[in-house]
Design a protein around this ligand. Structure first.
Ligand SMILES: O=C(O)CCC(=O)C(=O)O
Length: 354
């Protein structure tokens, strides 16, 4: 695998035409220092304060950012992880960060149209990798999970410095030009599926707080393993031209949570806040989410598992935990008890996990 540094587009920051050309060519842009460091620090401090309260960090010893407590490693769907992550995520500063004027100006120039910021920002708090942690995202495109606008862009930004060995984002340059790619079963991907494509040349590198990676919804990308001693902290968010179709799942929750619950924790309960319910004041074009590819993949997992294919294990586990179709979920649970266990190597550690 050829690992090359990100192509730095910082110097093109004010040249919309050059940025658009680079994005069309590479499928991503790396712009340094676009988000104000103090704003990033406010979010990081909030996340780390809650992490400390939960015992996820070692006692302070001067290390900055602080070291993770290896005995506290946890992840979805552990209810304690889910509850703490939710408290971290609700933070108003986190949401405001992804509305930074300089970022919206750049995206508006790329779209040539007013920008819709998807309200469902994503906070990633990843403990250092160990034998029990799940794999990283694996190679994927965002479009199948988001749908709606084909022109949407993702912005990924670290809350603390990050390297390829500590969880930096990794992209496949130019991969967006192939359009929507087929998927293959993979125990090395968090959801059990990966884009079926050539991964021989990847771009990644050191990223500092304030730096952003902007990429299209067809650009193949992956989180990389956090083999460092700290929590890997990042935020990502999707943006699109306001006139393009958008699926409700990019705007509203599907897990019982409400935006009122979120705003209750904001100053003045979010009343009069330009960041609360801002999308409901926009003339949006709703799009239906097509769930038939998800259902087809679930059936493919079951068929692969019934045929004894160990590559189906991770995807089977995801159906068992998160599946919505009771019959498929029960079948997945039964198959998990019989499928041969495939061990997965943990890169760089010489250890294996299942
Ligand atoms: O941060 C990561 O590990 C993966 C990010 C990602 O997949 C995304 O932003 O779409």
């Amino acid at each position: 695998m050829g690992v090359l540094p990100f192509t730095d587009s910082t110097a093109l920051r004010d040249d919309a035409r050059a940025l658009a050309d680079r994005l069309a060519e590479d499928g991503y842009l790396h712009v340094r220092g676009l988000l104000p460091e103090p704003d990033v620090a406010a979010v990081r401090d909030h996340v780390l304060a809650l992490a400390r309260e939960a015992g996820w960090l070692l006692p302070p010893d001067g290390a900055e950012p602080p070291l993770a407590n290896p005995r506290a490693t946890t992840w979805w769907p552990d209810p304690d992880y889910v509850a703490l992550h939710d408290r971290m995520w609700r933070n108003r500063d986190l949401h405001a960060l992804m509305h930074t004027p300089a970022l919206l100006t750049l995206l508006g120039a790329l779209f040539g149209e007013p920008v819709l910021v998807h309200p469902r920002k994503v906070l990633r708090v990843v403990h250092p990798r160990c034998g029990t942690t799940p794999p990283e995202t694996g190679w994927h495109q965002d479009y199948p999970g988001i749908q709606g606008s084909k022109r949407a862009l993702a912005v990924w930004t670290p809350l603390a410095p990050v390297e390829p060995g500590t969880g930096a984002l990794t992209v496949l340059p130019g991969s967006h030009r192939a359009g929507l790619l087929p998927m293959r079963l993979s125990n090395d991907a968090m959801v059990g599926w990966e884009a079926d494509t050539d991964t021989s040349t990847v771009h990644t590198g050191h990223l500092d707080p304030g730096d952003v990676i902007i990429f299209t919804v067809f650009t193949v990308h992956s989180g990389s393993a956090n083999e460092g001693p700290r929590l890997r902290l990042s935020v990502d968010c999707r943006y699109q031209p306001v006139g393009d179709p958008v699926c409700p799942g990019s705007l509203e929750f599907d897990d019982g949570k409400t935006w009122d619950d979120v705003y209750r924790t904001w100053p003045n309960g979010g009343r009069g806040d330009p960041l609360s319910y801002y999308w409901r004041r926009l003339p949006l074009t709703p799009a239906d989410y097509d769930s038939s590819p998800d259902a087809a993949r679930d059936h493919e997992v079951i068929a692969a598992a019934e045929a004894g294919n160990p590559d189906a294990r991770r995807a089977l586990r995801m159906i068992a935990v998160y599946g919505v179709d009771h019959a498929i979920t029960s079948r997945a649970k039964a198959l998990l008890r019989t499928l041969p266990v495939e061990s997965r190597s943990v890169p760089g550690t010489g250890r294996t996990c299942c």
